[in-house]
Design a protein around this ligand. Structure first.
Ligand code: NAD
Length: 377
């Protein structure tokens, strides 16, 4: 992630200093960036002269002291709160008083990271998506301690890099990683209940739901180890709310080393001449699968709005730009009808009697007064 973020900043004209505790990782980042720019020249996205100028802005350094005069430091190291806090503590002794300190954490508390600093008001979450140069969305996460000045500065800067920023509350998964949970979790649940197999669920979500990738193809792409870990972290961070419960099926895949594309096998077999099962193509059946997963996604988006995790517009932007959903989930809810969304959630709840399927209070209230997300009453 660090190399991708560095590419974004250097392309925007900044001198960028890359540091990694592991010299080999730094070497790999250097080679990766050289390869990327060679490819960009080949594809005529940049000229050789432009690439040379941008590559000249990277400085691969072996000490945090290189950040002495930095205006902004973006930390993208291992996802470990103790290590991150130690690095922030060290950084604060090195940088100038006006330097903004940002973390790219996906799941840790920004407030906890900021607490390592004497001046936590200059600490903020700037969460890029992978690959950073291609994904337009960036979540900006002020901690409880972050000053308005830091938020404004960080947002303005990242916007000027051609990114679209959204403001998220410092809560587990921020916007995207929270709202997207049912895309994986409910698909896994449908699989585990034996309702449909992997290719059928993927076919339904792609062909009938209009999603760019099916949930299982996407989990294989992200890596079952990584995706499982995010689910597990969010589940425990939400005090074991059953809505976010991870799946044994995915856990076993990760344990077996069936990580997905990167290991050649996950939910699908990626080896040459591998025989993967075919989907069961039945329109009515496909629609039922989409309706169930989509209803859970809508419920999650509505609930995020209810709890003030982000504004209506930022929730819509986050899910369309961050994970390329075909429509904003709140607009989708309006299209389906709020009463229908409530009815679908209640049917699931009636069937399973599990808290996992509780309808968000905001949907229930809206249904009662006949309101929509577009024109709230
Ligand atoms: N990979 C993603 O898709 C993704 C997306 C968004 C955010 N993030 C976040 O970005 C951060 C990095 O993720 P990643 O996937 O690039 O991880 P990674 O494991 O690929 O890279 C982390 C790097 O941090 C280095 N490191 C560890 N301890 C260090 C220290 N004390 N000082 C300096 N360097 C140290 C490691 O050597 C390693 O090269 C995490 O916080 C992660 O949650 C990742």
């Amino acid at each position: 992630m660090g190399a991708g973020i560095a590419q974004v900043a250097a392309t925007a004209g900044h001198e960028v200093y890359l540091y990694d505790a592991n010299a080999n990782a730094l070497d790999r980042a250097k080679q990766h960036l050289e390869k990327i720019f060679a490819r960009l020249i080949e594809k005529e996205r940049v000229t050789a002269e432009e690439a040379e100028i941008i590559l000249g802005r990277f400085h691969f350094v072996d000490s945090l002291y290189a950040y002495k005069n930095a205006g902004l430091v973006i930390e993208a190291i291992v996802e470990d709160i103790t290590i991150k806090k130690a690095v922030f503590e060290q950084l604060e002794d090195i940088v100038q008083p006006n330097c903004v300190l940002a973390t790219n954490t996906s799941s840790l508390s920004v407030a906890a990271i900021a607490s390592a600093c004497d001046r936590p008001d200059r600490v903020i979450g700037i969460h890029f998506f992978n690959p950073a140069p291609l994904m337009r969305l960036v979540e900006i996460i002020p901690a409880l301690q972050t000053s308005v000045k830091t938020v404004n500065e960080a947002r303005k800067l990242v916007d000027s890099w051609g990114k679209t920023t959204v403001l998220a509350k410092d809560t587990p998964g921020f916007i995207v990683n929270r709202i997207a949970r049912p895309f994986y979790g409910e698909a896994l649940r449908i699989l585990e209940e034996g309702i449909a197999n992997v290719p059928t669920i993927d076919w339904a979500m792609k062909e009938q739901g209009g999603f760019r990738m099916g949930p299982f193809a996407l989990m294989d792409y992200i890596g079952n180890d990584v995706n499982y870990k995010v689910s597990e972290t969010i589940f425990s961070a939400f005090y074991f709310d059953p809505r976010y419960r991870p799946s044994f099926t995915q856990r076993r895949l990760a344990e077996a080393g069936y990580l997905g594309r990167k290991s050649g096998r996950g939910f699908y077999d990626y080896h040459e001449r591998a025989q993967n099962p075919e989907p069961v193509i039945k329109e009515f059946f496909g629609r039922k699968i989409v309706d169930r997963i989509l209803t859970m996604l809508i419920n999650e988006a509505a609930d995020a709005l209810y709890w003030g995790i982000a504004s209506h517009d930022d929730i819509e932007l986050a899910m369309t730009l961050g994970v390329n959903y075909p429509k904003g989930l709140l607009a989708w809810a309006d299209e389906i009808g709020i009463r229908e969304c409530v009815r679908r959630m209640d049917l699931l709840h009636e069937e399973y009697l599990e808290d996992r399927y509780r309808c968000s209070p905001i949907l229930r209230r809206m249904a009662r007064v006949g309101s929509t997300f577009q024109s709230p009453k």
